[in-house]
Design a protein around this ligand. Structure first.
Ligand code: SAH
Length: 368
């Protein structure tokens, strides 16, 4: 597995490095590498006021001097919106170059989850997803991905919901289109010397980026994999997910089988139900057939409204029949709870805006 032992380009910072990378980097800077642990404790675990590191107690002089010149940037919280039920909080964060990203904290009791972004915008162009509608601006650095998790952990400290349990890469962007930064970020997030979120609680959600899935398998990455499938034939899938043209269904499912075999993990398939497109029982049957033999779980999601996609979610009855058809074929399937729709924080509604993005949302009757 490739480990960054040094800062590779001028945009990279020490906060982008894995533990061993930070140790080597500090050594090169004339700082005792033992302080990698101190830095991680301060910046990842304790959520201190990072603009005043010296408030944290007495630090060795060499570290203090170095830190004064290498202050990490902490994303500025531009706004936060809380869903009506108080359980979903969307934060708009401003990065050092002024770009903005969104991070969502979902407060399911006992399984609080941070949904983080991996890119500013997204290049995959899925027609029904707000992030895809705006195109890709740039990749996030590992430290910018980690910073979102630190932000969520900090927010949670002020509640009685317990510590952050899960991280899902289901915010803006395609994680496997930004492979190196994402994998470094996940190594940092799962490291017990830092945030200590177990790899079994981390899920990489992908549009179906086959080379990325194969690379994860070859590198024995231990994370859960969720595939945004949305179609059980190439024609249906391509109509919603243009990346399906590049990575056809059979090739994608072969990659999933390989990942499942190498990692021993169950594969999650995401299926956003769009009325008249992929909600037919024929699609449910085809899906069951296509993924039979894979240790799989299907997450059904009712389409959330976005500005420029004129589709609608199916009726509750239709959605339940789809789910039943899968179950009768032996495929475990759950209907994902809609979360944060009132603040445009549900799947596919995240989008770069300085004002509240709710005004870009067309409302549908609540389906869940
Ligand atoms: N690029 C990654 C992660 C971001 S999207 C991926 O494709 O998986 C996270 C999930 O939300 C995906 O399954 C995506 O298909 C789904 N999604 C996107 N837009 C949606 C919408 N408008 N309604 C419901 N689900 C949506």
């Amino acid at each position: 597995m490739q480990r960054p032992s040094q800062i590779k380009n001028k945009h990279q910072k020490w906060t982008d490095l894995t533990f061993s990378g930070l140790e080597s980097f500090l050594a090169g800077e004339g700082v005792n590498p033992i302080h990698a642990a101190t830095l991680w404790k301060m910046f990842l675990r304790e959520g201190m006021d990072k603009s005043h590191p010296d408030k944290h107690g007495r630090l060795p002089q060499t570290l203090n001097v170095w830190l004064a010149q290498n202050k990490p940037f902490v994303p500025e919280i531009v706004s936060t919106s809380l869903s009506d039920d108080g359980l979903t909080r969307k934060s708009l964060l401003r990065l050092e170059d002024g770009e903005m990203i969104e991070t969502v904290l979902m407060g399911y009791t006992g399984r609080t989850t941070a949904c983080v972004s991996t890119q500013v915008g997204c290049a995959m162009g899925c027609s029904f997803c707000a992030s895809g509608q705006s195109g890709l601006t740039r990749n996030l650095r590992a430290g910018e991905i980690v910073a979102q998790v630190v932000h969520c952990a900090g927010v949670l400290q002020k509640t009685d919901l317990g510590r952050l349990r899960n991280v899902v890469l289901m915010g803006m962007g395609e994680p496997l289109h930004n492979y190196d930064s994402v994998m470094n970020a996940l190594e940092i997030i799962s490291d017990s010397r830092g945030l200590n979120i177990g790899s079994a609680h981390i899920t990489v959600s992908t549009v179906g980026h086959v080379p990325g899935i194969l690379r994860m398998a070859e590198e024995n990455r231990p994370f859960n994999l969720a595939i945004s499938l949305h179609g059980a034939s190439d024609a249906v899938r391509e109509s919603l997910v243009p990346a399906g043209k590049r990575w056809p269904l059979d090739e994608l499912l072969d990659a999933c089988r390989f990942y499942g075999k190498k990692s021993g993990r169950r594969i999650f398939f995401e299926w956003t139900l769009v009325s008249g497109k992929n909600d037919t029982l024929d699609q449910a049957e085809k899906l069951a057939e296509k993924i039979s033999g894979i240790d799989a779980h299907v997450n059904l999601i009712q389409l959330n409204a976005t500005a420029s996609f004129h589709g609608a979610p199916p009726s509750e009855n239709m959605a339940r029949s789809f789910q039943r058809t899968l179950k009768e074929s032996g495929i475990p399937a759950t209907m994902r709870q809609g979360r944060g729709g009132d603040i445009a924080a549900s799947c596919g509604q995240l989008r770069l805006r300085t004002d509240s993005s709710t005004d870009t949302v067309r409302k549908y009757p609540q389906q869940n």
